[in-house]
Design a protein around this ligand. Structure first.
Ligand code: F6R
Length: 619
């Protein structure tokens, strides 16, 4: 999730690109950069074109400050705001990337899965890489070919070598009045103005200039010159005309891609975000998982006999799911700790223990303190972190990134589900190091691959979830109840509801109800049951009966095809069937939407709930 802009036209390219970057900053904000083509009229007699590339670490305003000292008139350029995936935020890792021959500059959004192979090949051909990114190989690959071929030929030949996901935009001083771009699984849109064209990773960067757009399709490239644009196949054949669409979004709506709030957008992004989380990591035939970030500690992990999972809030709920997964399928004993408790506790840790911290931001003070405490005790520390280059990512011995893209809404949604995907992959990784069979490894991985499609089918039912949610929006208290794998989901459901709707909500293990909490139940105190068709189904049914007997209203989340629970409760929602260990990745989606729709019905500021901050960097 990075932001891309490209401009060709009569306006000052630097101004348009900077404005575009500011509007895309929500997509990534750890570094940014710009490449401007020097205008013809500024050229010396040699008639040589050159690219001026300027980069800065930090927000777009840091780049703006640098550029203010060095204004360069130009009408063609590309720019990028980065959300790091490979390599920490730094000027070297920031885009645009150039090849070592100075033929080309590119900006890239996505992940190049085969970058290591390509890099090795190019290094053998004498190229020197300067960044730690996967993106630089695109520039080096194009540049290598441009020694003997044109910019266009080199660009299209390079596309054939790339595996993964990308939106890539390139400019070359050898062919200075041209921008080439291509899309494969990462969004790219073309704004069509009056004698000007703006390419961007999403419409928010261009609504200021035009409302006419052409959506670049998957497996499609586009060639821009000041005179016009041409859609191309990956073999550089011209494609037919495409209808130019008219946007009906304001610029604020555009940032949210038409969704009313970032939270809703991030909920709906989950099929895509989770595909990114698993991209390049599943080795189906071997029933195994490739986790590059763990390669340095692979041997140590073989000898681990105990894992402590540490996190706060939503990250702790994910840890609890991880405990069930790892204990059941990898056979390693797991403890889950709140980071704020762990840091002050006398924990019994030894050389065979690994402390794994989970943190979306990678900056939570208590979680960071836990890493430092564990390291002080000489214990192996691993991080499951979304923000690349964050303090926790840097201080842990090794780790796995979520690759879920920036999460803007305070309420965590896609970070949670991507943490669960990482934990499921880690379970297979650890399990296959131990007793897990090839068949079981394959079975889990195959099912993980179906999850984005299954999540999409739940999202397609959002209207039904909204209807049920609105029925319950006036209550002042609610229980969320689940067992086993779905007990942590009940906890997460209650966090979601209270943090954005300010309704008192408690998450409980269903079996706990009769040990005290049931005293609360009456007609004004509804209960939301996770009653899926799993190994504890019958036990969940008992809980529902107990609440009904006390006149409590009941909502249940069931597995598609359920007959029994659906007849018992006041309202029912469904999810598709999956392996029991993976149900939380599906069951949490209706709960996220349920909370969201209640909060919006109550007219609350969903993205910025009162008293909360996105990242809790104080104790
Ligand atoms: C709830 C939420 C918080 C965070 C918690 C930890 O929606 O977002 O509970 O999960 O503050 O934050 P990270 O994961 O950044 O360490």
């Amino acid at each position: 999730m990075c932001g891309i802009v490209g401009y060709i036209g009569k306006k000052d390219a630097q101004e348009v690109l900077l404005e575009g970057l500011k509007r895309l900053e929500y997509r990534g904000y750890d570094s940014s950069g710009i490449a401007l083509m020097k205008d013809k009229e500024d050229l010396s007699e040699k008639k040589q074109f050159f690219l001026k590339v300027i980069k800065a670490v930090g927000k777009v305003m840091c780049l703006e400050e640098k550029l203010s000292k060095e204004k360069l008139s130009s009408h063609i350029g590309i720019a990028h705001t980065r959300w790091a995936t490979h390599g920490k935020p730094s000027e070297k890792n920031a885009h645009p990337h150039q090849d070592d021959g100075g033929y080309v500059a590119i900006v890239h959004n996505g992940i190049i899965e085969n970058y290591k192979e390509l890099k090795e090949k190019l290094e053998k051909r004498g190229h020197t890489f300067v960044s730690e990114t996967d993106s630089e190989v695109i520039a080096q690959c194009i540049g290598d070919k441009m020694k003997t071929k044109s910019f266009e030929e080199a660009f299209f030949l390079t596309l054939k070598e790339l595996r993964g996901a990308y939106a890539v935009v390139a400019v070359s001083p050898s062919d200075p009045e041209k921008i080439l771009a291509a899309r494969f699984s990462s969004p790219l849109v073309l704004g069509v103005g009056k004698e000007e064209y703006i390419l961007a990773s999403d419409v928010s960067a261009l609504v200021e200039y035009t409302d006419k757009v052409v959506y670049i399709e998957d497996n499609e490239a586009v060639l821009l010159t000041p005179q016009g644009y041409s859609l191309r196949t990956f073999s550089n054949r011209a494609k037919g005309e495409r209808k130019i669409e008219t946007l009906e979004w304001s610029s604020d709506q555009a940032k949210k891609e038409g969704f009313a709030h970032y939270m809703l957008k991030e909920i709906f992004q989950q099929p895509h975000a989770l595909t990114d989380t698993m991209r390049g990591r599943i080795l189906l035939e071997e029933g195994m998982v490739r986790l590059g970030g763990l390669s340095s500690v692979e041997k140590k992990l073989r000898n681990i006999t105990k894992i402590v999972l540490v996190g706060c809030g939503t990250a702790r709920c994910a840890s609890l799911v991880g405990e069930y997964m790892i204990e059941e399928y990898a056979g390693i004993s797991v403890e889950v700790e709140y980071a704020h408790e762990f840091r002050y506790k006398k924990s019994l840790l030894d050389k065979k223990t690994a402390v794994i911290v989970l943190s979306q931001s990678g900056e939570t003070a208590d979680t960071l303190a836990s890493v430092r405490e564990a390291k002080r005790k000489g214990v192996l520390t691993l991080g499951i972190v979304n923000v690349v280059g964050s303090t926790i990512a840097r201080e842990t011995d090794a780790g796995i990134y979520n690759h879920a893209g920036p999460e803007i809404a305070v309420a965590s949604t896609k970070a949670f589900t991507s943490q669960l995907i990482v934990l499921a992959l880690l379970t297979v990784y650890l399990g296959r190091q131990r007793g897990m069979s090839l068949v079981m490894g394959k079975r889990i991985l195959r099912e993980i691959q179906t999850l984005p499609r299954k999540i999409q089918s739940i999202l397609d039912d959002a209207k039904k979830i909204k209807k049920v949610a609105e029925k319950y929006s006036a209550f002042e208290s609610m229980f969320f109840l689940g067992r086993k794998y779905n007990y942590p989901v009940a906890l997460e459901g209650s966090i979601k509801l209270k943090e954005i709707s300010y309704i008192h909500a408690e998450g409980l293990a269903t079996g706990e109800l009769k040990h005290g909490p049931i005293a609360m139940i009456d007609k004004n105190f509804p209960s939301f049951f996770l009653a899926l068709n799993d190994s504890v189904y019958e036990k969940s049914v008992t809980g529902i009966e107990e609440v009904k007997a006390r006149s409590g209203k009941t909502i249940a989340l069931v597995t598609k095809g359920d007959k029994k629970v659906s007849k018992m409760v006041d309202d029912v929602l469904e999810i598709p069937k999956t392996l029991e260990m993976l149900t939380p990745i599906l069951s949490v989606i209706p709960l996220q939407l349920f909370s969201y729709y209640i909060a919006s019905k109550r007219n609350l500021d969903v993205d910025k709930p009162r008293n909360l901050a996105k990242s809790v960097t104080v104790e």
